[in-house]
Design a protein around this ligand. Structure first.
Ligand SMILES: NC(=O)c1ccc[n+]([C@@H]2O[C@H](COP(=O)([O-])OP(=O)(O)OC[C@H]3O[C@@H](n4cnc5c(N)ncnc54)[C@H](O)[C@@H]3O)[C@@H](O)[C@H]2O)c1
Length: 267
């Protein structure tokens, strides 16, 4: 299936840069948005330097897109006002521009950190109540809720990928469970962009086929991608990989510690 015209927000970022070439090969046109300037690298690319907080500018940039991959935003713990602006308001603007311009499919970058307080020993699925491990996780809960709202109320087709730890290779013990390889990231993104139009709203963890993973893989009826990489193949290079893990510890690991959030709270 061709991808038609695909818009990618946050295209200058880590994941945007990693999926750009693969999407560009299948898209008729690739609209790349970021607040930092990008360089055009292929004939079918179109660049927009846009802040997601600027709804009219987002709407102009997304005009004519068939599908949107929304990656733009703050990817980690930050003061709540910043997260509300970049992640919540930014996502609202992308969904609102999609509604106004009639875009068929929106793929949202959710995060595994919406459920970071479930224990390591608990195999977690996308339909369980959220347990965010910090303010960033809370902002991603709102991102998912906005997607659900726009699907239910306005009939948009929205797929929310709860992305694991996107890394070239896993480098820490937590990654043995949470790693998302570049190859699997491309697979998940492509599957989400092309999933059946009848899918109104779906949430799925985007994680590699890690032996130690604690999240369910997506329902194949919703997302037709089976991950291929396994962080276990890198375990011998990771200090502490052989030590037993505590099944009661939070899945978020150090992100669940109070200090991680406290430094972003005003005194
Ligand atoms: N990298 C991971 O392991 C991971 C894990 C879970 C979820 N995610 C989510 O995936 C998405 C992409 O992550 P990433 O690692 O590529 O992050 P990144 O920080 O490398 O990229 C994000 C991009 O968004 C842009 N951006 C931020 N605020 C913006 C604004 N107001 N207007 C326009 N552009 C703005 C930044 O300039 C940047 O290029 C994020 O939404 C992140 O929360 C990433």
């Amino acid at each position: 299936m061709g991808l038609g015209t695909v818009a990618v927000t946050g295209a200058a970022g880590t994941i945007g840069s990693a999926v750009r070439e693969a999407l560009g090969r299948e898209a008729r046109r690739l609209i790349l948005l970021d607040r930092v300037p990008l360089r055009r690298e292929a004939e079918n690319e179109e660049i927009h330097t846009v802040d997601l907080r600027d709804l009219p500018a987002v709407e102009v940039a997304l005009a004519g897109a068939d599908r949107v991959l929304h990656l733009g935003g703050l990817p980690d713990e930050a003061p709540l006002p910043d997260l509300l602006q970049a992640n919540v308001l930014g996502t609202h603007h992308v969904l609102e521009a999609a509604r106004r311009t009639g875009i068929a499919r929106v793929v949202l970058a959710g995060s595994n950190r919406v459920t970071g307080f479930y224990p390591v020993g608990h195999r977690t699925g996308p339909h369980e109540p959220v347990r965010p491990d910090g303010l960033y996780g809370v902002s991603k809960v709102a991102v998912e809720a906005l997607g659900q709202l726009y699907a239910d109320k306005f009939g948009l087709s929205v797929i929310c990928l709860r992305i694991g730890s996107f890394e070239r290779v896993p480098t820490e013990v937590r990654h043995l469970a949470t790693w998302l390889s570049p190859r699997d990231a491309i697979g998940y993104v492509r599957a989400a962009l092309t999933a059946a139009p009848s899918t109104r709203f779906a949430t799925a963890y985007a994680v590699s086929a890690n032996t130690r993973r604690f999240w369910e893989l997506p329902d194949p009826a919703v997302l037709a991608y089976v991950p291929v990489d396994d962080a276990e193949l890198h375990a011998r290079d990771i200090p502490g990989a052989g030590l037993p893990s505590d099944p009661d510890a939070p899945q978020a690991g150090p992100y669940a510690l109070p200090e991680f959030t406290l430094e972003h709270l005003t005194p």
